[in-house]
Design a protein around this ligand. Structure first.
Ligand code: SF4
Length: 104
């Protein structure tokens, strides 16, 4: 029996951001930048909506994260955890599939 390695493999290439959705223009008033505990944004069990509440770039951050899943794979972005973002991707894929079936 062989043991699987648990070593993490990090990407070696630079992953480009989607140019159609610009990164939010940060203001230094974003809760993730002003918090005394920025690690909270990496704890997926936190209430993501509450963490980002009042952020001046909440909508832009959410759009950017959804447009760049490889760059926002972990942590809280735009008031969403990675599980919440994954749920949105699945719903989008199902909706696209239905659209294609209707069009065919
Ligand atoms: S919405 Fe984005 S920029 Fe604003 S606090 Fe949340 S993670 Fe930070």
């Amino acid at each position: 029996m062989t043991m699987k390695s648990k070593r993490r493999v990090y990407p070696t290439e630079v992953i480009p951001a989607d140019p159609a959705v610009p990164y939010p223009q940060l203001t230094d008033r974003e809760p993730c930048r002003t918090s005394d505990e920025p690690d909270q944004w990496f704890h997926e069990d936190e209430d993501a909506g509450l963490l980002c509440q009042g952020c001046p770039v909440l909508a832009q951050c959410a759009l950017w994260a959804l447009a760049n899943p490889q760059l926002s794979a972990y942590g809280v972005w735009g008031g969403m955890t990675s599980r919440q973002r994954a749920s949105i991707y699945r719903r989008r894929a199902r909706a696209q599939q239905k659209q294609q079936q209707v069009a065919a």
